[in-house]
Ligand binder design. Structure first.
Ligand code: FMN
Length: 392
């Protein structure tokens, strides 16, 4: 089901998957999509030293390398936290940083996280900025649509947190209009029903190359799944169980079925992606030693600090609730939604098991991007190809 303009009698908007030659369609043909989940902000998992940096150049090197290796997606988070909120001081904005990477990469999809309700951003801003990045990237740029789950972020923008499901309703109206602007053949006039903006004779040109940019969202709630299956091509999902691979594998099948069935009921398909952190060395013993070094360097959390949210800031996100359920096996708090730990063979086994339960792609994170991504490229990627999970 493609989107129809909010203008009565307006045109239907195609999506990138409607075009066989779009960058998204090319990636969607991979058995297991591969992505990198960049750290554009200071994050501290452990005192064990790493080379990691939030800096643009450091992250550009990772993305160029991922691009050369045939990875499908580069993506990063954006957070709006007060002084002292990040693990260090710095945090680049993913909208700008991933957009800028369009100019220095060739094939990889670049997904910018945007808090679409903050500001508020006007639909014309999103449509115009999006069409511009779509042309610069030749259809490789997209939005991870987030609505803001932390009270403190909404307050930073000057209001109290908007109620959870209302946020998705507002994002829905926003993207009905943004999609319309991308597809319209006439000027558009519209007054927000649940949104604080209006448009009069609004027009965007150029139009995106493949209908619209890639749309993504990250969710685990019923309202979020409803939104994702209406608007998005990719859904970043989380383990309804814990971070340990066993509990993820046990709880993901039902969750994925719910999402895929909801999309099917709308006549659409969505791809499900999850973000594991990979901890691996050549042998199980060397991997254990590396893992132990990371764990030994972890600081005890102060009382009141949430293990799962930055500094315990209040969050109403559904997607991470599995972490609080004592019935599930949790991991080592290594920063990914799930943890894939072992020798190259063991990592491939676990990624194959995730694929088998319905995961279409993985957004990889590493404890040390320089050392661990090299290890992945030289030792694990060839085995993924042998296993048929990646094709050249
Ligand atoms: C892989 C992934 C990446 C996310 N990135 C961000 C982000 O950059 N900024 C943000 O505010 N929320 C981020 N979130 C949180 C989501 O935006 C959302 O608030 C959360 O998943 C809860 O949504 P739900 O209540 O619909 O499940 C991310 C979630 C996931 C799973």
């Amino acid at each position: 089901m493609a989107a129809v303009s909010v203008r009565e009698g307006g045109p239907t908007l195609k999506t990138p998957l409607d075009f066989e030659d779009s960058p998204l369609s090319r990636s969607a043909r991979q058995p297991l999509l591969l992505g990198v989940f960049l750290d554009l902000q200071d994050r501290k998992i452990s005192n064990y030293p790493t080379s990691n940096s939030w800096k643009f150049d450091y992250n550009v090197d990772i993305v160029k390398k991922a691009d050369a290796l045939g990875f499908d997606i580069a993506f990063s988070r954006t957070q709006w936290l007060p002084k002292g909120g990040y693990d260090g001081e710095a945090s680049l904005d993913a909208f700008i940083a991933l957009g800028a990477m369009a100019a220095v990469t060739k094939n990889i999809l670049l997904i910018s996280t945007i808090h679409v309700l903050y500001g508020p951003l006007h639909p014309l801003h999103i449509a115009k900025y999006g069409a511009t990045l779509d042309h610069i990237s030749k259809g490789r740029w997209g939005i991870n649509i987030v609505t803001g789950h932390r009270a403190i972020e909404h307050q930073m923008f000057g209001w109290n947190r908007i109620e959870h499901d209302k946020r998705y309703e507002m994002a829905g109206e926003l993207f009905d209009v943004v999609n319309s602007l991308w597809g319209e053949t006439e000027n558009l006039t519209y007054e927000g029903r649940v949104s604080p903006w209006k448009l009069e004779n609004a027009w965007i040109t150029p139009k995106p190359l493949y209908g619209r940019p890639v749309l993504v969202n990250a969710t685990g709630s019923p309202a979020g799944i409803d939104f994702a299956t209406r608007y998005s091509d990719l859904v970043f999902i989380t383990s309804p169980g814990g971070a340990a691979i066993e509990s993820a594998l046990a709880t993901l099948p039902d969750h994925i079925a719910t999402i895929k069935n909801a999309a099917k009921a709308r006549g659409r398909t969505v791809k499900t992606l999850i973000n594991p952190v990979i901890v691996s060395r050549d042998t199980p013993e060397e991997t254990d030693a590396y893992l132990q070094a990371i764990v030994d360097g972890q600081e005890k959390k102060a009382p009141g600090d949430s293990k799962f949210g930055h500094k315990g800031y209040d969050s109403d996100a559904h997607a991470w609730k599995g972490r609080l359920d004592g019935r599930h096996k949790q991991g080592y708090n290594l920063g990914g939604n799930i943890e894939v730990i072992g020798s190259p063979e063991q990592v491939v086994e676990q990624l194959a098991a995730l694929h088998k339960v319905g995961i279409d792609g993985v957004q990889l994170g590493f404890y040390d991007w320089k050392i661990d991504f090299d290890h992945f490229a030289t030792k694990i990627l060839p085995l993924l190809k042998e296993a048929g999970l990646r094709v050249d």
